[in-house]
Design a binder for this molecule. Structure first.
Ligand SMILES: [Mg+2]
Length: 189
């Protein structure tokens, strides 16, 4: 084993959940607004998209409060890899979402009841506060799609792994993964 899976923690949006797909789909279906993945070049989408701010806020509210109803999907292979990791210890998720319950229900539905029993889930409610939680959970590695969060972790002596997304491309010089099969390869040959 290369890295023990129990030492890796995960962000949810943009890592476990394909939040960008849901955002683009809801914008198209419910607002008739076309957004391309490569247009989302900033973590704060309102800073890179020339669209109505109310639309952005409404869509993110729906994804926060009703992730299942909004059709939020897991990233390819995330459920299978997490199921495999769950055999080796707890699965730890630290999200900046302010509300734990809706995303806990989504994780339970996505991973299944048995795997969910192994889940530790923290909703911090702030983008810049992850370092303390990562330490508290005894993690040595953390996968996140926000370059700034990854930099803060690196400064604190934790090994960040950037999940590649258009909004973090070229914004860091840290270790990158492109997908969940690459995350699996961090642990298993
Ligand atoms: Mg994220």
């Amino acid at each position: 084993m290369k890295i023990h899976p129990k030492l890796i923690g995960f962000d949810i949006d943009g890592v476990v959940a394909d939040t960008m797909e849901a955002f683009i789909r809801l914008a198209a279906e419910d607002y008739g607004v076309s957004v391309l993945p490569e247009d989302i070049t900033r973590f704060q989408v309102e800073k890179c998209l020339d669209v109505d701010l109310n639309m952005i806020n409404e869509i993110f509210d729906r994804l926060l409060f009703e992730p299942e109803k909004s059709g939020l999907m897991p990233m390819d292979y995330a459920p299978a890899v997490l199921e495999e990791f769950s055999r080796y210890g707890p699965l730890t998720f630290i999200t900046a979402r302010p509300h734990r319950d809706p995303i806990a229900a989504w994780l339970k539905a996505t991973l299944g009841h048995e795997v969910f029993k192994k889940v530790r889930l923290v909703a911090t409610g702030e983008h810049d506060g992850k370092v303390d939680y990562v330490r508290e959970m005894d993690l040595q590695y953390f996968v996140d799609d926000r370059a700034q969060t990854c930099r803060q972790l690196a400064d604190a002596g934790i090994s960040p792994i950037v999940f590649h997304q258009p909004w973090n491309a070229g914004r860091h010089e840290l270790q990158i993964v492109d997908n969940w099969l690459s995350i699996r390869e961090l642990c298993f040959i």
